[in-house]
Design a protein around this ligand. Structure first.
Ligand SMILES: Nc1ncnc2c1ncn2[C@@H]1O[C@H](COP(=O)(O)OP(=O)(O)OP(=O)(O)O)[C@@H](O)[C@H]1O
Ligand SMILES: O=C(O)[C@H](O)[C@@H](O)[C@H](O)[C@H](O)CO
Length: 190
């Protein structure tokens, strides 16, 4: 019997997108879930702008995380506001883009998107057991593996009332990219 290919798309609430352009995708999830890898692939496939959220952290945040100290809401606030400003700047110019940002809490996602249908979260969903090996085998990154527990403790998974696509972290990068691009291309014209 032929094996059926399992779609990595677990859930989607794209109704509110209704083909809107410009569109900004925020690839979210805990450290090491594969945000940067997937965001690169989507941006390359669609020819969209690409922004790496980690590059916008204030130096203090990087120093804290490097020492294994989880960020607080206060630490994340200026960082999220900076990302939100960049999203608005793209949208104001009519440009589409892909951003990586852990976006762990619902309040963070509200700060980033202001409930705008033009901002959609791509959530890479996986368990600690699935993600830990990726973090431990990665080299040259500031984030220690000991931070994974606090990342999961902080995570509030996106819900159906949010503008989001939920993907299985265990799928391959091409499968994940295909799933996102298909969802976007299938949207009815604005
Ligand atoms: N779909 C995938 N399948 C297998 N390995 C993957 C997949 N996506 C990413 N990886 C690997 O997992 C590791 C973590 O990926 P990546 O750096 O993209 O995660 P991240 O969520 O951006 O991490 P951080 O938030 O800490 O920067 C990398 O070594 C990457 O090559
Ligand atoms: O909200 C947070 O705690 C941080 O954003 C982290 O998630 C890191 O930026 C990132 O994932 C680097 O590993």
């Amino acid at each position: 019997m032929l094996a059926t290919k399992k779609t990595p798309l677990v859930a989607a609430s794209t109704r509110s997108l209704s083909g809107t352009r410009p569109l900004v995708l925020i690839v979210m999830g805990v450290s090491g879930c594969g945000k940067s890898t997937l965001a690169d692939a989507i941006a390359q496939r669609l020819g969209w702008n690409r922004l790496e959220g980690d590059e916008l952290h204030p130096a203090n945040n990087i120093a804290k995380m490097s020492k294994g100290i989880p960020l607080t809401d206060e630490d994340r606030e200026p960082w999220l506001k900076d990302i939100a400003a960049r999203i608005r700047s793209w949208l104001d110019k009519g440009e589409c883009g892909v951003i990586t940002c852990s976006s762990l809490k619902k309040s963070y996602r509200e700060l980033l998107s202001h409930h705008m249908p033009a901002v959609c979260f791509i959530y890479l969903k996986g368990t600690k057991e699935q993600i830990y090996p990726r973090l431990s085998s990665r080299t040259g990154h500031f984030m220690p593996t000991t931070m994974l527990d606090s990342q999961f403790a902080t995570l509030e998974e996106p819900e159906q009332d949010e503008n989001m696509m939920e993907l299985d972290v265990m799928a391959s990068v091409p499968e994940l990219t295909d799933a996102v691009v298909k969802q976007i291309n299938d949207l009815p014209a604005a």
